[in-house]
Write a protein that binds this ligand. Structure first.
Ligand SMILES: Nc1ncnc2c1ncn2[C@@H]1O[C@H](COP(=O)(O)OP(=O)(O)OP(=O)(O)O)[C@@H](O)[C@H]1O
Ligand SMILES: [Mg+2]
Length: 204
């Protein structure tokens, strides 16, 4: 089972991912944590390029670089780990590319979705938590901006609205969560969504 965490930088993805991982591990589940872009050596190098690299990466190049990192992650980590029955928690996944490169940068949505589909193949998250916070709060929580974040508030408004579009289109998979509440309250809500999907045989 693949569970992904989405939303603006600073929305609380990593906080919630680690809380869920801890709880699952305490119950005896095997859990693997991955992040996008990144995790594999190649994908981490691409992450560095994308987040700290030259400022003149054109949107189409960005789309391909994110999906190159993703293809490497899917093939070498996600598919084998999921096939082994391990629960995988992923900090960002293909929806990030739809939200940022599609809605944010304005690349044609069909192109972005096609490119994402090529990179992920048959891998699909069972659940995706979209942690929604206002842009100002995300920026405030996040601190020093990286290359993507220097794009400005209007860009992030489009990304945020993009995530809402994605959630509206796939309501069974994508769960919008009010990320302005306490970490405890958010975790409790996430847990209620995850619980029904847990494989029984692994639990203690
Ligand atoms: N629900 C919350 N309420 C208040 N502060 C929070 C909450 N969740 C996380 N934070 C704090 O906000 C900051 C960003 O949280 P976190 O790193 O989990 O977000 P993120 O979405 O993973 O961001 P990034 O994109 O930078 O990795 C951290 O300092 C964290 O402690
Ligand atoms: Mg994080």
């Amino acid at each position: 089972m693949l569970i992904t965490f989405e939303g603006l930088d600073g929305c609380g993805k990593s906080t919630q991912l680690h809380r869920l991982a801890d709880r699952l591990q305490r119950l005896g589940y095997r859990v693997t944590i991955v992040r996008e872009p990144g995790t594999t050596p190649l994908s981490e190098r691409l992450r560095h390029l994308l987040l700290e690299g030259p400022t003149d990466i054109v949107p189409l190049a960005e789309l391909f670089l994110f999906n190159a990192a993703r293809a490497q992650l899917v093939e070498t980590v996600l598919r084998p780990t999921l096939e082994a029955g391990t629960i995988v928690l992923c900090d960002r996944f293909a929806d990030s590319t739809t939200a940022y490169q599609g809605y944010g940068r304005g690349l044609p949505l069909e192109l972005v979705l096609t490119c994402n589909r090529i990179a992920v193949g048959e891998i699909e998250p069972t659940l995706t938590f979209f942690l929604d916070v206002p842009v100002e709060l995300a920026i405030q929580r996040h601190g020093i901006p990286d290359r993507m974040e220097r794009a400005g508030p209007a860009f992030f408004e489009r990304v945020r609205q993009g995530y809402w579009e994605i959630a509206r289109r796939e309501p069974q998979r994508v769960i919008p969560i009010d990320g302005t509440r306490s970490p405890d309250a958010i975790h409790a809500e996430i847990w209620e969504h995850v619980r029904p999907h847990l494989p029984l045989e692994q639990a203690l």
